[in-house]
Design a protein around this ligand. Structure first.
Ligand code: ZN
Length: 256
């Protein structure tokens, strides 16, 4: 009140000082207020911390699941979900896994099966895997692996085997994830493994090649213990090149 009056004072010096004072006070009061609200917020955060992190984890997982479904070439999110697939007693993650399974099946539904078969099977699979795999991340990863293999256009066999009952939910919960892949992917994998095996085999040959003594003499260390390896360098009708390795110093040279 008094300061307000002083503000209007014609003496500029006094009114200027009082204005400054008022501004200072206001900012102090604001500061106290905002500090209080911050403290309150922090307290709330602390109280809810464990809850919040759990929530964000949940969100992350559902985001991952969404990412997976949206990566598909066909937008399977447009496939409608039938009543009865979602169980209100189950968690969001369990229900979204059931939806993902259902949509993955429906995307390339094999002839002879319908949406009811798919719904029943999706529920059975999710329930069984939830029962068999207690660890949450493992449960999610297992379901994701099934979904991504179901969504492989070349994996008709996998879809039919599950829908026909040849592959039971129990087996699905326990089988090697690599076994779920389509023949095409399995063949590619075998080829890669064979190539890797060939590479290690030639490595093995080199390591375990017979050491002969006195056949060649190393120019570097004058050692006489060497291994030899014959390699076809150019075309098949040209003579083999012989690589000689000194066992003592590792020096390598080639003849012919
Ligand atoms: Zn040598």
């Amino acid at each position: 009140m008094t300061l307000g009056k002083l503000q209007k004072n014609k003496n500029e010096e006094i009114s200027g000082k009082s204005k400054k004072l008022i501004i200072k006070w206001k900012s102090i009061i604001k500061g106290i207020k905002s500090n209080n609200t911050n403290n309150k917020k922090n307290k709330n955060n602390e109280n809810q911390d464990s809850h919040t992190t759990q929530k964000t984890n949940n969100n992350n997982n559902t985001n991952d699941l969404h990412k997976m479904t949206s990566n598909s070439s066909i937008n399977s999110n447009d496939i409608p979900i039938p009543n009865g697939l979602v169980n209100s007693n189950h968690s969001d993650i369990r229900n979204s896994i059931k939806k993902m399974l259902y949509r993955a099946f429906m995307e390339f539904l094999p002839t002879g099966f319908n949406s009811t078969n798919v719904m029943d099977k999706s529920i059975l699979i999710e329930n069984k895997i939830f029962d068999i795999i207690p660890e949450r991340t493992k449960y999610i990863n297992r379901c994701k692996a099934i979904v991504s293999n179901l969504k492989d256009p070349d994996n008709e066999e996998f879809r039919i085997d599950i829908l026909s009952g040849k592959l039971s939910p129990e087996v699905l919960a326990k089988m090697e994830v690599t076994e779920m892949a389509s023949k095409k992917i399995k063949n590619e994998r075998t080829q890669m493994e064979e190539e890797a095996f060939d590479a290690t085999r030639s490595d093995w040959n080199q390591k375990h090649a017979l050491v002969s003594e006195g056949m060649y003499t190393c120019r570097k260390c004058k050692g006489k213990r060497t291994t030899t390896q014959e390699i076809q360098m150019r075309s098949a009708d040209e003579p083999m090149s012989i690589f000689i390795t000194c066992v003592d110093c590792g020096n390598q040279w080639r003849i012919s």
